[in-house]
Write a protein that binds this ligand. Structure first.
Ligand code: DX5
Ligand code: ZN
Length: 225
């Protein structure tokens, strides 16, 4: 049986003045993971939210929180975000000379899923000595920093290649894809090997986020059958 595919709505595209209501919409649609983008204005040219907001979100939902750290030297902040309620944490390979340490820090909490995120131009070979250490790889399918960008077509090959490497090595590491995902692309990335689909604008910029979530889910379910 194919592994379960999760669709993780990204709150970056939601209305920040009423996050609790926005989360409720995707909860009702059946979301089982919520994606939260953290940006520092250095690693990426944009600013978003910090641990205090994650703490507030933690209080309004029981869904696991997938915190994507697009910040330099993430090891400085990993503990704060986990304390605030993160259940999954990804750190960018490009953001620290001490990626292994950052992963160890996440894993020290025991219950938290640890992931490494890669920019579109970062080759998969950098993961060679890290794959055994992690629970998921987040492949950026746009350049990080902003919602609403177009999926980079070459990333489908990258997903397939990573899937092959993981299968060859017999590793149960999930592949998460992030950037430009919508109902039209969902089938393609799942067939390539993605197991977690982040979607921001396709869900929260749609007139009806609940329906938009279900539209993506329908495409995913077609493949699972
Ligand atoms: C981009 C973020 C994404 C973003 C996705 O840097 O990491 O999570 O919110 O938004 P869409 O789905 O609109 O590309
Ligand atoms: Zn993200």
């Amino acid at each position: 049986m194919p592994a379960e595919v999760l669709i993780a709505p990204s709150l970056l595209s939601a209305n920040f003045a009423c996050l609790a209501d926005e989360i409720k919409k995707v909860e009702e649609a059946g979301a089982r993971l919520v994606h939260i983008d953290v940006m520092d204005g250095h690693f990426v040219p944009n600013l978003s939210i910090g641990p205090q907001v994650v703490e507030s979100i933690r209080k309004v939902t029981d869904l696991p929180l997938d915190v994507h750290l697009m910040i330099d030297n993430p090891e400085k902040y990993v503990d704060s975000f986990i304390k605030a309620g993160a259940d999954w944490v990804s750190v960018h390979y490009e953001a620290t000379p001490h990626i292994h340490r950052a992963i160890q820090m996440i894993k020290a909490h025991g219950h938290v899923e640890a992931g490494i995120a890669l920019n579109p131009s970062t080759p998969l070979t950098v993961l060679a000595h890290l794959l055994e250490e992690i629970n998921f790889v987040l492949l950026m399918t746009v350049n990080p920093g902003f919602e609403g960008q177009t999926y980079i077509a070459q990333m489908t090959e990258k997903i397939k290649h990573l899937k092959q490497v993981l299968d060859r090595r017999g590793l149960e590491v999930k592949i998460e894809v992030d950037g430009g995902i919508n109902d039209e692309l969902a089938g393609e990335v799942v067939r390539a090997g993605a197991q977690v689909l982040v979607a921001g604008s396709a869900i929260f910029r749609a007139p009806n986020p609940t329906e938009a979530f279900l539209k993506i889910k329908k495409e995913v379910d077609k493949i699972a059958k």
